[in-house]
Design a protein around this ligand. Structure first.
Ligand SMILES: [Zn+2]
Length: 203
């Protein structure tokens, strides 16, 4: 009995660690989508490596966008095909780090060790596929969302996965609109109209 109890505690800890790791990948995913996927394609300041990187993140973005239309959230057939095609083009190589890597020990203390398992990719864009794969593996796809207000990607960390906006600021912005969602969105994008409307409310 004692042993079984101990075993389930280990399982709980391990699955928690998996979720925490998955969340880290989910944050990496949204950060890169918000920055790299938006980087201009044809710009002289960007090297070919940077362009390749942006292209890869944009591809992941298009795969995710299709999944937003699915209920419950899942990748579209086209998205899955594209993902598998890219993954086959840029295979990863299992490796162990040959210099100090910093990891956390059981007490959360950072320690330097060698031989940390990882995967090397020759193609810089392949990392984008890998990050999405880790998010899917941790079953966190349903938590990767696009803010209805500012359109940025974010990780929904609410208990019931109910967040629709990325931040408090975006929620406040949404609430402060006079007619909220039933109003025509276009009118709020015109600053002149907005000022007129504010004037009316003040009367
Ligand atoms: Zn937002």
């Amino acid at each position: 009995m004692k042993r079984r109890g101990g075993h389930s505690r280990v399982v709980r800890e391990l699955s928690l660690a998996r979720v925490v790791q998955g969340l880290e990948f989910a944050h990496t995913l949204v950060d890169n989508l918000n920055v790299l996927a938006r980087r201009g394609t044809v710009s002289r300041e960007h090297t070919s490596v940077e362009r390749r990187e942006s292209e890869a993140w944009r591809e992941m973005e298009s795969i995710l966008e299709a999944s937003l239309r699915e209920q419950p959230r899942q990748l579209s057939d086209d998205g899955i095909r594209l993902f598998n095609k890219r993954a086959a083009e840029c295979p990863g190589v299992l490796c162990l780090s040959d210099q100090d890597s910093f990891v956390e020990d059981d007490n959360g203390k950072r320690i330097a060790i060698q031989g940390v398992p990882g995967i090397n990719f020759k193609d810089v864009g392949a990392y984008a596929s890998y990050v999405l794969w880790r998010v899917l593996e941790a079953r966190l796809l349903g938590r990767v969302k696009r803010c209805l207000e500012c359109k940025r990607w974010f990780v929904d960390e609410t208990r019931n996965k109910s967040a629709e906006r990325c931040s408090r600021a975006c929620t406040v912005k949404w609430w402060n609109r006079p007619h909220r969602r039933d109003a025509r969105h276009a009118q709020y994008r015109d600053p002149a109209r907005k000022r007129r409307q504010k004037g009316r409310t003040g009367q």
